[in-house]
Design a protein around this ligand. Structure first.
Ligand code: SF4
Ligand code: SF4
Length: 123
């Protein structure tokens, strides 16, 4: 199987130019990519346009999943309520920051992913 080359080289901050939120939210939406089908249903509901499509981790050419830019998420939960696969946990802010690297496996938003977490810290 061909290597997944999507993460090689520096990550491009695709959505860094979008406006930052005003204050830290109480909750964060974190995509559990293990359950995401890439249906894109969540994207249309996000009022701040902070959900991005990313290539699937195992089959980059054939699969897509999504990622929330947790720096911009305002915690409204509209995405979670409308995900047909119930794969967007709404976590309190601190828990979301802590758990997102393990649940969101591939980042286009310059966030930490599982690859950035030392093996000793992974469950
Ligand atoms: S909780 Fe709201 S702001 Fe955050 S990703 Fe979901 S729809 Fe967007
Ligand atoms: S609605 Fe759910 S399954 Fe569909 S792309 Fe969003 S997170 Fe993935």
């Amino acid at each position: 199987m061909a290597d997944n080359t999507a993460r090689k080289g520096p990550r491009t901050p695709l959505i860094a130019s979008k406006p930052a939120r005003k204050k830290e939210p109480r909750l964060l939406a974190v995509i559990d990519q293990s359950g995401c089908t890439g249906c894109e249903a969540c994207i249309v509901f996000c009022p701040v346009d902070c959900i991005e499509i990313v290539p699937g981790v195992e089959f980059a050419q054939f699969q897509q999943v999504v990622e929330v830019d947790i720096e911009r998420c305002i915690g409204c939960a509209l995405c979670a309520k409308n995900c047909p696969w119930d794969t967007i946990p709404m976590l309190n802010y601190a828990e979301g920051i802590e758990k997102s690297p393990a649940l969101t496996l591939k980042s286009v938003c310059n966030q930490k992913t599982q690859e950035d977490v030392p093996a000793s810290a992974q469950g």
